[in-house]
Design a protein. Structure first.
Ligand code: SF4
Length: 212
């Protein structure tokens, strides 16, 4: 993939949720002559299925996996804030996803994602390559090689390469994040309509640099 040439010889991280889009891209990245770390934002709230699938894939495919964890464990966090994901999901995402991501990104020059324009109206203008500024002032190159792929194309690639996928898809989930904020889609035409009970569209890890 042409855009990946930008990552050659640079300290590179790929943020992976282990949803099918990201796993398809991971499969492609592993075939490129690239050195990169795979970063999972481990909020502590993920489905058990995600943790076991991730570990199996790591064993079978042999990539370097880094877990970015929040400062507080789920137990400590809930003791202090209660069920923040119900009361204030924006703040919960900020503390359990965005802050650990920002800390990790300080170590890299290039950030690869599996984002696609089709996923959400908030991703409609996604470019294959963006230069973004972290709150620290550091600039990082963000690459979105699948930006113009459709959901159908992602699954065609999965089938063509017999890529193992999360069993939750067979149960009817179409977009999979933290268990407490993920339901089956309310709108069959909108795969992300089961996230956050339809109350929000983004967790903030891809929008922090656009906020004022
Ligand atoms: S998706 Fe839900 S549980 Fe996960 S960090 Fe965001 S609000 Fe918290």
């Amino acid at each position: 993939m042409e855009v990946l040439r930008e990552a050659k010889g640079k300290r590179t991280v790929f943020t992976c949720s282990f949803q099918i889009d990201d796993v398809v891209l991971l499969h492609m990245l592993l075939k490129e002559n690239l050195s990169f770390d795979v970063l999972f934002l481990d909020t502590g709230y993920h489905f058990e299925e995600v943790y076991s699938y991730m570990e199996k894939l790591k064993r079978d495919w042999g990539f370097k996996l880094i877990l970015a964890k929040p400062e507080l464990s789920v137990q400590e966090f809930e003791r202090k804030y209660g069920k923040l994901y119900e009361k204030n999901p924006d703040l919960c995402c900020k503390m359990r996803k965005v802050m650990p991501l920002l800390k990790s990104l300080e170590n890299y020059e290039v950030w690869i994602t599996g984002l696609r324009r089709e996923q959400s109206p908030t991703r409609r203008n996604l470019q294959p390559k963006e230069l973004i500024r972290l709150p620290s002032g550091k600039e990082i190159l963000k690459l979105n090689p699948l930006c113009d792929w459709t959901y159908k194309e992602v699954w065609s690639y999965q089938r063509a390469h017999s890529i193992p996928y999360l069993s939750l898809y067979d149960e009817g989930y179409t977009s999979i994040g933290c268990k407490v904020c993920t339901q089956k889609p309310k709108d069959p035409n909108d795969p992300r309509s089961g996230r956050w009970g339809g109350k929000k569209l983004e967790c903030g890890i891809h929008t922090f640099h656009k906020e004022g």
